[in-house]
Design a protein around this ligand. Sequence first.
Ligand SMILES: Nc1ncnc2c1ncn2[C@@H]1O[C@H](COP(=O)(O)OP(=O)(O)OP(=O)(O)O)[C@@H](O)[C@H]1O
Ligand SMILES: [Mg+2]
Length: 307
Amino acid sequence: MNALDNRRFIIVTGKGGVGKTTVCAALAVHLAHKNKRVLVAMCNAKERLSAMLGSDLIGADVSSVAQNVWAVNMDPERAVEDYGLMTLKSRTVFKLLFDNKYVRTFFSAVPGLHEWAMLGKAWWHTTEAGDLGGLKYDTVILDAPATGHGLDMLRVPKVIVDVVPPGLLRRDAERAWTMFQNPKECAVVLVTLPEEMPTTETIELAAALGELNLPIAQIVVNGVLPPLFSRTEREALEAFAAAPGAEPLPGDAAILAGKHRATRERVQAESLHRLSKELPIAPSFLPLLFEDAANPAAIRELAKRVG
Ligand SMILES: Nc1ncnc2c1ncn2[C@@H]1O[C@H](COP(=O)(O)OP(=O)(O)OP(=O)(O)O)[C@@H](O)[C@H]1O
Ligand SMILES: [Mg+2]
């Protein structure tokens, strides 16, 4: 993933459950090995990153989770508060405004506000100053929500830029939106599986991101199986069917297992073919590990592959 090594902001998205957080963890470890200071920002996620990195649970405050890696699990309400505090610059004024039940209810009902608060907070961390004056993080990785919600979130700054009158809110949204569209600073990583539905969804998502002019830098096909069979062998196995009423033979179970694998390999080959044909950049692959990947050793293994 050399293309990602110097980006300030990396947005990881894709269908639910395809391995977005796994890819965030692997990328963070990869970049940390290159001496980059990385922040992984999750969007109110069911927190699994700590298991992947072997750290304490990750909450709504930024915490250090590994050498050169920090993480935060953003809480939308907290993010709105943080944002309000940042723009109003005074806790007293903020409390006067936000401790009012009606004001709170009003803000909760503003469409896109929570999404923007989280996306805006993640972006703001790319501008955050460190103790020694320079930037605190070299890269912020956003573990974005799955497809539809992810797209909704990414559309909010554009809507703000298009419709909100000039002012503080629009100023930040404009800065963020300019950065998101700049391929030298921002990269969108799409994660998918070599299966039919995720493939279709990824092709549609890539088109929608293209319309938003967001730079897709990498398509990661996760959970790729090493092919065991040639195309002819696959066809022979898939055509296998025991004769009706025949006595089961000792080899049947093995052949059925082979048939199942042949089908997965065919679907994988078809998915990879469609992805290569229909997307603007060639996909890269992460192997399916035998055991669940939610542990530091597996993430280190995957980090070598993303690099
Ligand atoms: N290459 C892999 N090999 C083995 N297991 C994997 C691999 N990639 C991901 N997994 C496992 O699959 C599960 C889902 O992965 P992950 O949590 O990264 O998906 P996600 O896209 O972030 O899901 P969600 O949409 O719920 O946030 C996890 O248990 C993870 O450890
Ligand atoms: Mg996740």
